[in-house]
Design a protein around this ligand. Structure first.
Ligand SMILES: [Zn+2]
Ligand SMILES: [Zn+2]
Length: 402
């Protein structure tokens, strides 16, 4: 069987190569669904390692490959999936590092360069020790996590969880708020579902001095904004968590003209499906009711974004055991749910899964800037913990009885 000590030694040995890969990816970032060079780089690396059944072009730029263990054991018919995202953000990098982005205005400011490099590292560690485990690891590199336009969903729709049938999924995200040497794992809902709404209020414009001859969409809109604020405070269980934020309110151009329309836009974040459905319905009801009672009308566009990532406790326990072996009990933290969104949720909806965080914050390396900040960077030493924890968790899953 795999001994954990050996995995850690192997990871230390390959870390310089992983760092070089990460820096190459950092220098050459690509936006969502444009990760053509990144995907080519990934596929070439997998091929050089001898990874089997490499498939490319899944949902435009997604890549998968299989590492088949050659040992005999209880997991020999099982398949476990490890996922990395590959896309960068439309941000102009402000770091003065030698591996600064060469693609001005595009930057790996969330650490997806590290995720991709780490999963290639996992591939290498597992290929080197195929004789120590039974079963199959499916490596998955997905496009477009950031833009909310379906990198993961499209891959699931193209049946990446079949052929061979995947039994469980694991994913990780680096975290600048966690110090290097810590791994955070939690059970249950980890990230919020992120939906957006756009409400167009139709009134009847006219002269600002003659409001009685008009239907003022600005006043209707203001009532709607206020009413929406009562949804979370009055209609959501205080022990549940939700956010409704009206972030845009656009209407009018002149000080003496009542406009014809007003537009409100905002975001809705929820953890439970029930609350999600309820807020969707209630936003429609409130906005429609208020507008109609005031003589106007509304048209509403409500777009459902990524669902909540929900971790399976049994899968989280596997990651906890793996993390203890890598960073010790003192490095293992209880994770906290966040209101951000993450499309790993589409894998977690389909299979028992765990998504965990790997600390890369280090004041000595100036890597504590928040994600999506133009100075964001990762402490590359943290990648060793990510690779070792992921590789260990995958082989532990395959090594489990039953
Ligand atoms: Zn991000
Ligand atoms: Zn991210």
């Amino acid at each position: 069987m795999v001994t954990l000590v050996n995995i850690r030694e192997d990871v230390d040995e390959i870390l310089p190569g992983v760092v070089a890969d990460r820096r190459y990816l950092h220098e050459n970032p690509e936006l969502g669904f444009q990760e053509f060079n990144t995907a080519k780089f990934v596929a070439e690396r997998l091929e050089a390692l001898g990874v089997e059944d490499i498939r490319t072009g899944i949902n435009i730029t997604g890549v998968t490959g299989l590492v088949r263990g050659t040992a005999d054991g209880p997991g020999k018919d099982r398949v476990v999936l490890a996922r990395a995202d590959m896309d960068a953000l439309p941000i102009l990098e402000e770091n003065n590092v030698e591996y600064r982005s060469k693609n001005d205005g595009v930057m790996h400011a969330c650490g997806h360069d590290a995720h991709t490099a780490m999963l290639l590292g996992v591939a290498r560690v597992l290929m080197d020790r195929r004789d120590t485990f039974a079963g199959t690891v499916k490596l998955l590199f997905q496009p477009s996590e950031e833009a909310g336009d379906g990198g993961a969903l499209g891959m699931v729709e193209q049946r990446v969880l079949e052929n061979p049938h995947v039994d469980a999924c694991f994913g990780l995200h680096v975290a600048s708020r966690l110090p290097t040497g810590t791994i955070a794992v939690m059970d249950g809902p980890k990230s919020a579902a992120a939906d957006e709404f756009e409400i167009t209020v139709q009134g009847r414009g006219g002269h600002g001095a003659y409001p009685h001859a008009c239907v003022d969409p600005v006043v209707i809109g203001a009532h709607i904004v206020t009413a929406l604020q009562s949804l979370v405070s009055r209609e959501v269980d205080p022990l549940d968590r939700a956010v409704v934020s009206t972030c845009a309110f656009k209407a009018g151009e002149a000080f003496n003209v009542i406009p014809d329309t007003a537009m409100l836009g905002g975001t809705v974040r929820t953890f439970s499906g029930e609350t999600r459905d309820r807020l969707d319905t209630r936003i429609h009801e409130l906005a429609t009711g208020i507008a109609e009672s005031m003589g106007g009308s509304v048209s509403i566009r409500y777009r459902r974004g990524y669902p909540s990532v929900v971790n399976d406790p049994a899968m989280s326990d596997i990651v906890r055991d793996a993390a203890r072996a890598v960073v010790g009990e003192e490095g293992l933290e209880e994770g906290k749910p966040g209101m951000g969104a993450e499309d790993f949720s589409y894998f977690a909806l389909e299979r028992p899964s765990c998504f965990f965080n790997v600390g890369t914050g280090n004041p000595d390396k100036d890597s504590e800037w928040s994600h999506h900040h133009p100075r964001f960077d990762v402490d590359e030493d943290g990648m060793a913990h990510g690779i070792a924890t992921m590789a260990t968790a995958l082989t532990m899953f395959l090594g489990q009885e039953g």
